[in-house]
Design a protein around this ligand. Structure first.
Ligand code: FES
Ligand code: FES
Length: 919
């Protein structure tokens, strides 16, 4: 044990004397002792760079730096970048370019960029990549970060604008490139994420997790163990949980909060230690009174489907969770009439969300209510699930979302919520929990591994005739979102094409792995790899250009989908393909020229298309939004939709502003607090712009109608708000009304507009026929790659992404979603493979870094959807889906090898190349 020591250093220009253990991590000193929580902890292992600070002007990972190493040094954190309220030029450039999405990586990025610009005022893009290479971002795809740094470097940036000056005037918000309304806090370190505002008196909760994939266990005397450990207040087990089961579906609550006698995956929560932080952290796991007996695990799809396989869940015969179907026409018979057939099988693995913010939050009991502050994508589902777990009424649960440092579907399932909820309720003290990175990765959901068999056929002219798909998914130990994947995939399995005969089946099987859940696309990205490979093969067999083949078959308004839904509007795939065509021709020509003299390196171009149904599948999917005006003229958007970085706070404010007719700058936002907002549903399935956006538009119009009635003004009157006085100007002159005259309850608004929207869908019948979604997004992406045939490595050089978004409410945010999704798609294609028990950290599990990104161009197609706000649909998922298919197509174009398994790791590609050579 090191002796305490006294150190003097400067932090953000101020002298600071540290007394304590010199081996304490600098990150902990900054966050815990000084409250400088702008420095983030993503891994505590030197892998993510979220904790980057400057020490004497050089960037270091503060999680790997002992405070004793920086005695006498000058430390700069993100809080030290601005001059008072004035953002630095770099911060302003990040704001302008939309370089921060969730913002959890932003402090590290800003610090790394500040170091670069201090030594190099004119960096190139490659120098920016080098300097920022140690900081991971999972949201942005890095492009806007690079643009921001180059902008900050190149321009004498104008003086900082006054607050709100970057926001458009009334009536001009929709369609404008508006910076985030909540963006500044992400640039200054002020934003509070799940681990950032834990009360000082909170107890700490540490979860003990199963080290085995499958085991039974017995517990000894936990009370005696607790008594023997000073500072430990309680060791929670399954018997402490009022109703020990949770899950996404109301009828499937199969995942225990704490395992009860048997564990079904490595990383499953078994016990929870609650006490002072020192006490729970110092417990030696081996001392706990728990005895495991290992049982044989069912690992992987083959094991789960094997005849007489052991059952993961006793009441699920054949380990089958769900068997979903879509049948249109008679695909099996139709293949006989096809001029060309293609057939193949594809495998994909687990993929980790790798949000940079691990799961975190704190809970407290307030009388007979439970309040949970947590990083989440879905406060209302959390509220309802917690009511079930706690056996309390919904009204007794309050969820207050913190800022969310990335989700991508992984924060739709409960994580810390039931653990801290039970502990806080039983002990009547605030209780906090912050997952470590390995614990986050071991316990959280993943993208479903898949095995997909597909067969496709077309006529001699290239028109598709039939597609038959069977997609099996490994759903892990508990259901989570498995049913959603198994139903969504068959609907999308024939791709965004008109196909007269379709048979598609999706099955989800239980295994002894962590639950597979929602991850940007709900299985559609895995399905797209298969259907796009079929398009390439059929086109090649017939000698038709791959883009032209897709253009010939692309769904358009008036066509019936595989579920028999006739698309009425907004089916913009043909427009996307037309927009790609010149880039495609250029890419093909460039590849041909390069490959003439290329040696071991060869270039290829590929194309991937996708469609994606917006919102829940064949289920009610409502959102309600409210806009209120107080007696003093405060204008508030009560927004139950959580912004997880995708920009919904900004986009919904844009929509609200134009629908109401007041400027964005006058809006405040309350986000996600279940006591103060209405249920807007979850942030997933690309639904918030379309569903909550429409509800917001209706709320704005409702409030406008009420104001116009109050003012006795005409429908096209121009509104303005001046303090508590609302004014309307129309052809008859100016009307005004002082809101203070309206009767008001304390703290309540005097006027409110409300809007609700539930997209029209219909249930599917036994053959999957019906209207599962009210609208679909469409996209086509082109990838240009360079393959090193000796090493088996693939470098993506260019991506051109054409996306039909209906209407780009905010092009900065839309581009950000496309770029971020695309780079996650690149990870899926080339590097990401989660292996249970082997890749539970960010140095063994690789995600794309800033050095991996290609040049990216976004083309926004606006084929308006009449149901959506100003014609908008959604874009959260679509950015990712076509990328992997485009890259696989490009690898084949470069090498002649068709890869059937992702990720295409170098050893897999080398083996395939060798095998091709030997034929
Ligand atoms: S928290 Fe320090 S590198 Fe990840
Ligand atoms: S903005 Fe970079 S991780 Fe979210």
């Amino acid at each position: 044990m090191k002796q305490d020591t006294t150190l003097r250093l400067h932090i953000n220009g101020r002298p600071y004397e540290y007394r304590g253990n010199p081996v304490k991590r600098l990150a902990d000193v900054l966050r815990d002792d000084l409250g400088l929580t702008g420095t983030k902890i993503g891994c505590n292992a030197g892998d993510c760079g979220a904790c980057t600070v400057l020490v004497d002007g050089k960037q270091v990972c503060s999680c790997l730096t002992a405070v004793g190493q920086v005695g006498g040094c000058s430390v700069t954190t993100v809080e030290g970048l601005a001059q008072g309220d004035t953002l630095s030029g770099l911060q302003r450039a990040f704001h302008k370019h939309g370089a921060a999405q969730c913002g959890i990586c932003t402090p590290g990025m800003l610090i790394a960029a500040a170091e670069l610009l201090a030594r190099n005022r004119q960096p190139s893009a490659d120098e920016v990549k080098d300097a920022l290479g140690g900081v991971l971002c999972r949201c942005t795809g890095y492009q806007k970060i690079i643009e921001a740094v180059l902008d900050a470097a190149s321009a004498e940036l104008p003086p900082p604008p006054a607050a709100g000056a970057l926001l458009p005037a009334a009536g001009a918000a929709v369609g404008a490139r508006v910076p985030k309304v909540d963006g500044v806090a992400k640039l200054t370190g002020e934003e509070r994420y799940g681990a950032d505002a834990i009360p000082a008196d909170a107890l700490w909760l540490r979860v003990l997790r199963s080290p085995h994939h499958h085991a039974s266990f017995e517990l000894g005397d936990l009370a005696a163990f607790t008594a023997a450990h000073p500072g430990l207040e309680r060791v929670l087990s399954a018997r402490d949980v009022p109703s020990n089961g949770f899950g996404i579906y109301p009828q499937i609550k199969d995942q225990p909060v704490l395992a009860d006698g048997v564990t079904r995956f490595r990383g499953e929560a078994v016990l929870a230690l609650v006490g002072t932080r020192d006490a729970v952290e110092s417990v030696n796991e081996a001392d706990l009174p728990i005895r495991y007996s290992e049982l044989p695990p069912v690992m992987g799809l083959d094991a789960a489907r094997a005849p007489n396989a052991p059952l993961v869940q006793a009441d699920k015969p054949g380990n089958l969770l769900l068997d979903g179907w879509v049948r249109k026409g008679d695909a099996a018979a139709a293949f006989a009439s096809c001029a060309a057939l293609a057939e193949a099988e594809f495998d994909t693995g687990f993929v980790e969300h790798a949000y940079i913010e691990p799961e975190a939050g704190w809970a407290q009991r307030v009388g007979d209510r439970l309040e949970i502050h947590v990083t989440t994508q879905t406060p209302y589902m959390d509220r309802d699930e917690m009511a079930v777990v706690m056996k309390l009424a919904r009204e007794q649960i309050r969820i207050v979302p913190t800022a969310c440092g990335g989700g991508f579907g992984g924060k739709l399932d409960l994580s810390v919520q039931p653990l801290i909820g039970v502990a806080a309720w039983l002990l009547d003290k605030p209780v906090a929990c912050v997952y470590t990175r390995p614990e986050s990765m071991a316990s959280s959901t993943k993208r479903h591994p898949s095995h997909i068999r597909i067969k496709a056929g077309c006529a001699a002219d290239g028109k598709l005739i039939a597609i038959e798909t069977q997609a099996d998914f490994d759903t892990g130990a508990y259901a989570s979102w498995g049913p959603t994947v198994a139903t969504r995939v068959p609907i999308h399995a024939s791709g965004p094409y008109f196909v007269p005969h379709v048979t598609a089946r999706g099955r989800a099987f239980f295994t002894h792995c962590h639950p597979s859940g929602a991850f940007r696309g709900f299985g559609v990205p895995q399905g797209a790899i298969a259907h796009e490979a079929m398009m390439d093969e059929l086109a090649d067999k017939l000698g038709i250009d791959r883009l032209a083949f897709r253009r010939l078959n692309a769904l358009k308004a008036g066509d019936a989908t595989a579920t028999g839904q006739v698309l009425q509007h907004s089916a913009g795939l043909p427009l996307c393909l037309d927009a790609l065509k010149p880039h495609w021709d250029e890419a093909l020509a460039a590849c041909a020229a390069y490959n003439k003299n290329s040696g071991a390196k060869r270039r290829g171009a590929g194309i991937g298309c996708m469609w994606y149904g917006i919102g829940n599948t064949s289920l009610s999917n409502p959102s309600t939004m409210r806009i209120g005006l107080s007696a003093s003229g405060e204008l508030t958007l009560y927004n139950g939709a959580v912004d997880i970085g995708q920009g919904s706070n900004t986009i919904l404010t844009q929509i609200a502003a134009d629908a109401l007719g007041l400027p964005m700058a006058q809006f405040k936002i309350v986000m996600g607090d279940t006591d103060r907002t209405a249920d807007a549903g979850k942030t997933s399935a690309s639904r918030q712009t379309f569903v909550s956006g429409k509800a917001t538009e209706l709320a704005g119009r409702d409030l406008r109608a009420k104001l116009l009635a109050l003012l006795e003004a005409s429908p096209d009157a121009a509104l303005s708000l001046d303090g508590s006085v609302i004014k309307a100007r129309d052809a008859t002159g100016e009307h005004q009304y002082d809101l203070a005259w309206l009767p008001a309850r304390r703290g309540a608004d005097v006027l409110q507009g409300t809007g609700s929207f539930d997209p029209p869908t219909s249930p599917q019948d036994a053959d999957g026929q019906g209207v599962p979604y009210a609208t679909y997004a469409f996209a086509a992406q082109l990838a240009l790659v360079e393959v090193d045939c000796e090493l088996g490595t693939v470098k993506v050089l260019d991506i051109v992404a054409a996306h039909d978004v209906g209407k780009a409410i905010n092009p900065i945010q839309v581009e950000g979603q496309i770029q971020g999704g695309t780079i996650q798609g690149l990870g899926l294609a080339l590097m990401e493979e989660y292996l249970p028990g082997r890749t539970e950290n960010l140095h063994d599990y690789l995600i794309p870094t800033i050095g991996d990104i290609p040049r990216m161009k976004c083309i926004l197609i606006e084929d308006a959807e009449p149901l959506g706000p100003s014609g908008a649909k959604g874009v959260g998922e679509p950015g990712l889906i076509p990328t992997a298919p485009a890259i696989l197509g490009a690898i084949h174009h470069a090498t002649g090898v068709r890869m059937r398994q992702v990720p295409v790791l170098p050893h897999r590609l080398r083996a395939a190349l060798k095998q091709a050579e030997s034929k």
